[in-house]
Design a binder for this molecule. Structure first.
Ligand SMILES: Cc1ncc(COP(=O)(O)O)c(C=O)c1O
Length: 385
């Protein structure tokens, strides 16, 4: 029999991130049924907390889909894309491609605006695409976890709005880690997950529909992700499915922690720690894939140096140091490591641990990495000596 893990893994992949003991403890509370009045009252509160986390406007419908980030992606698509809906999909990575493919499955007429993996989309290219081929919906991934790139969602949503299109934003790797202003930026719908910068285990996925998006919904082909039925359940207490109370407790506690820290302070923490890691990686003679202004704070895409066995490094990091690091996806497989610093995984201690272990593993591979340079450079940013 495979035993349960006895030691904490340092989760520095593209997600899940580490979950604080405070959040984990909530899941030991007694289970409430999916229609228990106490749970439903907690869900009412949760809707408000999610609206606040998304900075969504008054009248938005925010809730948590029972499932992972992909289930929230599917909820957005199922309710906004129907037969013949014109969709402009901005695609510069694996998850944007998934979102475009999902829009096709739901009957959308999808035009792909493809751009280089590892770069952010050019807003003028979006403007040109919308002028050439008008769209009802624009899909964009805010934080593209496959490339480590942050997309200019604010500007893209503004351009989409000028062209009468509604923007659907994948905020799976940005909610709680990067500024996201659903209301101010005029976003139609945005969704995320629990297991990255929010800091809970995966299994319930935050989503919000703005009043404009609620008006433009289509008849969903999916039963499970039908917004009307989900609204009946979350708002009018009508049975739809048996939601997991324990995961809602965890999500609620994680959101309380976000509120206590403050969204701005949390964004600043993610930025600061990313800068420390980037300084460390640079001092080791390595580089990040995206150019500096386009980099995520939550996910660092580190180029694999010539002659180093990418998979062997990840294996050794896990076996010797209990540190999980992600591999590249699609065309970036074998070319990058993906190092997430999200939620409870974004701490000075973890950065130093990672850089020390990474140096040792790279040196064992024969890479010419100077001893101690990574941690020293990170400490300069973190304020140590
Ligand atoms: C940007 C992005 N979108 C969607 C997903 C899918 O989320 P999940 O794996 O939770 O279904 C991920 C997962 O990493 C992601 O990074």
């Amino acid at each position: 029999m495979i035993p349960l893990p006895e030691r904490e893994r340092i989760l520095l992949g593209p997600g899940p991130s580490m979950v604080s003991p405070r959040v984990m403890r909530t899941m030991a509370a007694p289970v409430l049924s999916h229609l228990d009045p106490d749970l439903m009252a907690m869900m009412d509160e949760l809707r408000g907390r999610l609206t606040a986390a998304f900075r969504a406007p008054e009248g938005s419908f925010s809730f948590a889909v029972s499932g992972t980030g992909t289930s929230a992606m599917e909820t957005a698509v199922a309710n906004l894309v129907g037969e013949g809906t014109r969709v402009l999909s901005i695609v510069g990575g694996y998850f944007a491609d998934r979102l475009a493919g999902m829009s096709e499955r739901y009957g959308g007429t999808v035009t792909r605006l493809s751009y280089e993996w590892g770069r952010a989309v050019d807003v003028d290219a979006v403007r040109r695409a919308l002028t050439a081929t008008p769209a009802d919906i624009v899909t964009i991934v805010h934080a593209e976890t496959s490339t480590g790139v942050l997309n200019p969602v604010e500007q893209v949503a503004a351009v989409a709005g000028e062209h009468g299109a509604l923007t659907v934003v994948d905020a799976v790797t940005s909610l709680g880690g990067h500024p996201l202003e659903v209301g101010k930026w005029g976003i139609g719908a945005a969704y995320s997950c629990a297991q990255k910068c929010v800091g809970a285990p995966s299994g319930v996925a935050p989503i919000t529909f703005s009043p404009a998006a609620l008006e433009r919904r289509v008849k969903a082909r999916s039963f499970y992700f039908d917004l009307g039925l989900l609204e009946d359940y979350w708002v009018r207490r009508k049975y739809h499915h048996t939601i997991c109370a324990s995961l809602l407790y965890a999500l609620r506690e994680a959101l309380l922690m976000v509120e206590e820290e403050g969204l701005e302070a949390r964004w600043a923490r993610h930025r600061h720690h990313h800068l420390a890691l980037a300084a460390g990686v640079g001092a080791m003679g390595l580089s990040l894939l995206p150019p500096e202004p386009e980099r995520l704070w939550t996910l660092n895409a580190i180029r694999v140096p010539e002659g180093v066995d990418e998979a062997a490094v990840r294996k050794r990091m896990l076996q010797q140091f209990d540190i999980e690091v992600g591999a590249g996806l699609g065309p970036l497989a074998g070319k990058i490591w993906r190092v997430g610093l999200m939620g409870a995984s974004s701490t000075p201690a973890i950065i130093l641990l990672f850089l020390g272990a990474f140096e040792s593993v790279l040196r064992a591979q024969g890479a010419a990495v100077p001893r101690g340079a990574g941690t020293a450079a990170a400490l300069d940013v973190l304020g140590g000596r």
